[in-house]
Design a binder for this molecule. Structure first.
Ligand code: NI
Length: 148
């Protein structure tokens, strides 16, 4: 994506609303079935500091950290995932301007999690086969429960 159009701006605004309603801290366009590389996030306590990443890329990573993650696409499931401690991200903002951001801590975890979504990956993919089977079993139960 070389430029940002009204389509991405509207999508980002809609995604932000969806994310706030779901009380999430991040949302990727793939989670709302849109095949564009758009991510919205807000890690602030006041829920009033939205961040937008169009076509985000990790250009540098270092260290490692383990954090308990959850995901709006896998409700009710939380698991520890190991990721880079620090990442440098290159992306476009809503005006189509390129920017670079160095992130660590939760911000680094969240952006790695969201970029994974853009690449069709969810955090449970990182779990051991045994843990993943437990998660899948729980998800199937939830889905059955939701049908009644
Ligand atoms: Ni997620």
């Amino acid at each position: 994506m070389e430029s940002v159009t009204d389509y991405e701006r509207q999508l980002a605004a809609d995604m932000l609303e969806t994310m706030y309603e779901a009380r999430g801290i991040g949302l990727a366009a793939t989670q709302v079935n849109k095949g564009v590389r758009v991510v919205v996030m807000d890690l602030s306590e006041g829920r009033d500091e939205p961040r937008f990443f169009i076509n985000p890329e990790i250009v540098d990573r270092s260290g490692s950290q383990t954090c308990e993650e959850g995901c709006l696409s896998v409700p009710g499931i939380y698991a520890e995932v190991e990721r880079a401690e620090k990442v440098t991200i290159r992306a476009l903002d809503l005006d189509g301007e390129a920017f670079e951001l160095e992130a660590d801590g939760l911000l680094a975890v969240c952006i790695q999690h969201e970029i994974d979504h853009l690449d069709g990956k969810v955090f449970v993919d990182y779990l051991s086969p045994l843990k993943r089977r437990m998660v899948e079993k729980r998800l199937r139960k939830q889905q059955r429960a939701a049908k009644v």
